[in-house]
Design a protein around this ligand. Structure first.
Ligand code: COA
Length: 372
């Protein structure tokens, strides 16, 4: 069996930007109105008053300066506080498929391939707009692709788990030209009314084309090895599942949006990720000092600084461990692929790098690549 290679990547970036200051202004107006409307209950001790958010806190706690979103007016309206997206008829492309089409088209252009050459699409994302038909099958139709397509969800690790699945299928011969596409509409499952997390997420879509290395038409990254791991935790959770109606839980409940114990995630995920990457590199015979680049999951700058230091045994330069979270915020599974897509063109043949994503599950996925 030959090796699989990443032969092209593409990023769809939504048109709307929300800066921290815009976000905080909207949140604080919402909090003030909430406190006025609930003044009696707050005074009686039955309801907790909402504190203001602050841009300084957001930057120092996360490193995030702004985020892209598919719709911003609803998010910034203190009366709404979520994206306001018009519903689409079944005859229209779904939002995720539309974002995916843009990212896939860019990735295929880089790979020198057309949609008709694709024979596998994995739509790997942390939420899917509907249960079925799979979004991936709709993307297959829009691209004019052949073969087969399916959705998968491993939260923030979806893209790297998808790459392992696609690379394995390419090595086994069941696919020749695969796309792993990650349309992440995080703005729709973020709780914008909670100051502990309202700054965390943004929207984006990434796509990566994977082919047998010998089929690559130009510059590519050969996939030397992949590694995935999971370990159950409730510390990042969303309960908006299909049993909601059956449970009589159709009301606007906090746990229908993203919830996390941020501090515990920090403490528990960091050693998991450091151990995972170190073991992966050791087993692949690729010592960290030989790594030219680390494209990490983009949740939090302090987290990435810590992981980079531990893995490399020194503080990596910003060029060695590029962050994009200051511009995009946490884009769930797409973050490490944006970093890879935007910060890999300067590597030369033989250079090694590692893509790693991590998050809910817990889950960690890593892809060791060499510039071909
Ligand atoms: N503005 C101002 N103050 C805020 C605030 C905001 N928006 N949000 C929280 N605070 C306050 C808290 O109430 C707390 O106050 P206290 O000390 O009086 O109790 C203080 O700031 C610290 O809050 P804390 O939540 O402990 O901050 P943190 O340093 O842990 O940073 C995260 C929060 C979410 C950025 C951080 O925990 C994190 O990134 N965790 C991991 C996230 C992650 O990777 N998740 C995976 C998702 S895929």
């Amino acid at each position: 069996m030959g090796l699989a290679a990443i032969t092209g990547t593409g990023v769809f970036t939504p048109a709307h930007v929300i800066t921290n200051d815009e976000l905080v202004t909207a949140f604080n107006a919402y909090a003030d109105a909430f406190n006025v409307n609930n003044a009696a209950d707050i005074a009686a001790g039955d309801v907790v008053a909402k504190d203001h958010s602050s841009s300084d806190f957001i930057v120092s706690a996360s490193g995030i300066h702004q985020r892209y979103v598919v719709e911003k007016s609803g998010i910034l309206d203190p009366q709404i506080m979520h994206p306001a997206l018009p519903p689409r008829s079944d005859d229209q492309p779904s939002l995720m498929a539309e974002m995916a089409l843009d990212a896939c088209t860019k990735a295929l252009a880089k790979a020198g391939r057309g949609g008709a050459e694709v024979d596998l699409i994995i739509c790997a994302a942390s939420n899917h707009e509907r249960a079925y038909p799979a979004i991936a099958v709709e993307i297959q139709e829009l691209l004019g692709a052949r073969g087969f397509a399916f959705d998968m969800n491993v939260a923030c690790s979806s893209a790297t788990f998808g790459m392992q699945a696609a690379a394995d299928m390419i090595r086994a011969g069941s696919a020749r030209c695969a796309i792993v596409v990650s349309p992440e509409v995080c703005s729709a499952h973020l709780e914008w009314r909670d100051r502990d997390c309202h700054f965390i997420f943004g929207d984006v879509c990434t796509a990566a084309v994977l082919e047998p290395e010998e089929a690559a038409k130009g510059d590519h990254f050969r996939i030397l090895s992949t590694r995935c791991a999971t370990q159950f935790s409730n510390n990042i959770r969303n309960n908006d599942g299909f049993l909601r109606r059956a449970h009589g839980q159709m009301q606007d409940r906090r746990d229908m949006q993203f919830m996390q114990e941020g501090r515990r995630v920090f403490k528990e995920v960091l050693p998991l990720v450091v151990g995972h990457i170190s073991d992966h590199l050791a087993d692949a015979g690729a010592p960290p000092e030989g790594l030219k680049r680390l494209w990490l999951h983009q949740a939090n700058k302090a987290m990435n600084d810590f992981i980079g230091r531990k893995v490399m045994g020194r503080t990596p330069t910003p060029a060695e461990q590029p962050n994009i979270l200051q511009d995009y915020a946490n884009t769930s599974s797409a973050g490490s692929v944006i970093a890879f897509s935007q910060h890999s063109a300067d590597l030369i043949p033989g250079d090694l790098g590692l893509i790693c994503s991590f998050g809910a599950g817990y889950s960690v996925g890593s892809v060791l690549v060499e510039r071909g």
